[in-house]
Design a protein. Structure first.
Lengths: 253, 379
């Protein structure tokens, strides 16, 4: 049984946002409600200012706090691949999971539109969904939070479950460079032009993701929370880190 | 019926009518706004502020309800028949507060009806909200049973002791679990603390006392000569002292959290700097301190209008405190990058304010109905 995970090489990532765009297209996301986002930070003062960035998908934690707090078991850990998924038929929209997620990767999109004009009014849905985009994909699996987000529920990155779950059993990695596997690769990984993203089975001893984590000292975001993300970051120190918000605050002051 | 237990029915009917009309108007406006705009009618967002004013109002009413029940049960268990004139009224008032809070929660949830049948049968043992909902169900059932049993002419302290203890237990459980919901969020240092359940229980009792004072005296039109001697002596006597000491304990938690928060360097505790720089915080402290002075003074607390003033000050102080606590735990954004402000700005929308007014009206409808039907009258 696989335990799918992602490795993001921050020294290679160019912050181009192709992953964000691909995810939005693949999953019919509303503008600005990005399951996969790249966060930009600046540190220091002129003339020593650094611009940094951090790609941030859902971490699909091994010990997810969102799953622990869900009062209806709508959010659950899929035993088959280690995905953290949401059953939209059970979600009550209490937003406790959003509050409990240390990574801010959950979305309740019934609120005011993040990007104006509100595209929900341009492509309104008549099926209780947030909208009806003309370019939507065919996948629709509400029990796993896949498809166009309905009203009144929370959504999040699924690690492209609809693609990854179809992969042949036992493969160590899902690499877009392997022609017979590329259709199973998550959208954000497949489009990454500088090849900063890798996706594979964290439990497979031969997987490339495991080697990368071991050889390059892969680290997990906010590991102190005990959530144990299945997304690892590689950084030789030349690239991004998550700076203190207080530091940003002091800069502004 | 003796003078000591007589209820002023005269004032309850106008309250019922005004509150009923007010509830229908505000509920209608809220329903209209929600059906036309959805939750866009609220000012919450995915920027990091997920629980906004509706949750503040819901929590305030819920904790007020459990606080009133705790006051009623403690009062009855520890002082026996002395508390009898206030017992039935307080229990019914707890139910009124609960109805206001639950109504607001129903407006806030994405799927309120689904929540009602899914949560109890989800067996989500790891979720504090699951246990909280079970506790609220138990609390409501016990409260209803106790109201019904207390109405019986032959009911005595001995015959009600078991049920009163159980209601008290559920009231404490609901309040503590409400604290666990926030206190367990370890990566939100503004919220996370082991003492939050205890702080919630104290805050809840303070609120319960304030509401018992206010609504009991309201039932007599705030007219000293109409308030039975038995109630006046309880309010000016031991209950006044308990009220004052409960405010002291609550202030210890409030000021303690503030001082610790201002010393802390952990991400998220910067919210305290923002809170203490807001006049709301100082209004909260001033309101609680004034009420404390009033209730500590034997001379002052004999005056019924002064008691009402103290109760109102405490209600205002606690509501501000609840707002600061729930919003303060979320205003420092997590992982939002350079474009996110250091502190998220939030102000309730008109629909969110309407929810508060709606809850006040609904609680008053239920409470006044109890007076009109004679349910709040003690035997």
């Amino acid at each position: 049984m696989a335990k799918w995970g992602m490795v993001i090489d921050l020294d290679t990532c160019t912050g181009c946002q192709a992953c964000t765009t691909a995810c939005a297209m693949e999953n019919s996301r509303l503008p600005g409600e990005n399951w996969q986002d790249v966060l930009f930070y600046h540190e220091g003062k002129y003339p020593n200012v650094q611009l940094k960035w951090l790609p941030r998908p859902c971490m699909h934690c091994e010990n997810p706090s969102c799953v622990s707090v869900c009062p209806t078991r709508a959010t659950y850990k899929d035993p088959e691949g280690g995905f953290v998924l949401i059953d939209w038929n059970r979600c009550i929209g209490c937003k406790y999971c959003q509050v409990a997620c240390p990574y801010g990767v959950r979305f309740y999109t019934d609120e005011k539109a993040v990007v104006q004009p509100d595209i929900r009014t341009v492509f309104p849905s008549e099926e209780g969904r947030q909208w009806d985009p003309p370019w939507k994909g065919p996948q629709d699996d509400p029990r796993r939070g896949i498809g166009i987000q309905p009203h009144g529920v929370v959504s999040k990155c699924t690690f492209c479950y609809h693609k990854v779950s179809q992969a042949p059993a036992g493969v160590p990695d899902l690499d877009e460079d392997i022609p017979e596997l590329k259709e199973y690769v998550p959208a954000c990984v497949r489009v990454c032009a500088p090849k900063a993203r890798f996706f594979g089975d964290l439990d497979h001893p031969e997987s490339r993701v495991n080697k990368l984590i071991a050889d390059h000292r892969g680290t997990r975001l906010k590991d102190e929370t005990g959530n144990k993300p299945q997304v690892y970051y590689l950084s030789g120190g030349a690239s991004a880190a998550v700076p203190s918000l207080r530091a940003v605050h002091q800069d502004k002051a | 019926m003796t003078t000591a237990t007589m209820d002023n029915k005269g004032i309850q009917m106008p309250i019922l009518l005004v509150a009923g009309i007010g509830f229908l108007i505000t509920a209608g406006l809220v329903m209209f706004n929600l059906s036309s705009q959805g939750h866009a009618a609220f000012n919450i967002s995915n920027d990091g502020l997920f629980w906004g004013f509706p949750i503040v109002v819901y929590d305030f009413f819920l904790l007020t309800s459990t606080g009133i029940a705790m006051v009623a049960c403690f009062g009855f268990l520890f002082t026996g028949e002395t508390f009898r004139p206030l017992f039935a009224r307080s229990l019914w008032l707890a139910l009124a507060g609960l109805s206001g809070g639950v109504a607001v929660l129903m407006m806030e949830l994405g799927y309120p009806l689904r929540a009602m049948f899914l949560i109890p049968f989800s067996f989500a043992f790891s979720s504090p909200l699951y246990w909280k909902v079970l506790a609220v169900i138990g609390f409501t059932v016990c409260l209803l049973l106790l109201i019904w049993r207390a109405r019986a002419t032959q009911s005595t302290l001995d015959s009600l002791r078991g049920l009163t203890r159980l209601t008290l237990l559920f009231a404490i459980l609901v309040t503590a679990l409400a604290g666990v919901v926030y206190g367990s969020q370890s990566f939100r240092p503004f919220w996370a603390s082991g003492d939050i359940p205890a702080a919630f229980i104290v805050e809840s009792i303070v609120g319960g006392l304030a509401f018992v004072y206010f609504f009991t005296l309201l039932a007599y039109g705030f007219q000293a000569d109409k308030v039975p001697v038995s109630i006046r002596s309880v309010f000016a006597g031991r209950m006044g002292g308990v009220f004052a000491w409960a405010i002291v304990l609550h202030l210890v938690f409030v000021v303690g959290r503030t001082v610790n928060g201002l010393y802390g360097n952990v991400e998220g505790l910067q919210a305290w700097q923002y809170i203490v720089s807001s006049p709301l915080y100082w209004i909260e402290l001033a309101a609680l301190m004034t009420a404390l002075v009033i209730m500590f003074s034997h001379a002052l607390r004999r005056n019924i209008l002064v008691q009402v003033a103290a109760a109102v000050l405490v209600m205002v102080g606690l509501f501000i405190g609840r707002y600061e606590y729930i919003i303060g735990g979320q205003i420092i954004p997590l992982f939002k990058g350079s474009w996110a402000p250091p502190v998220l700005s939030y102000a309730p929308s008109s629909t969110e304010w309407l929810l508060l007014i709606m809850a006040i009206f609904l609680a008053n409808v239920v409470n006044a109905l109890g007076g009109v039907l004679g349910i709040t009258r003690s035997r």
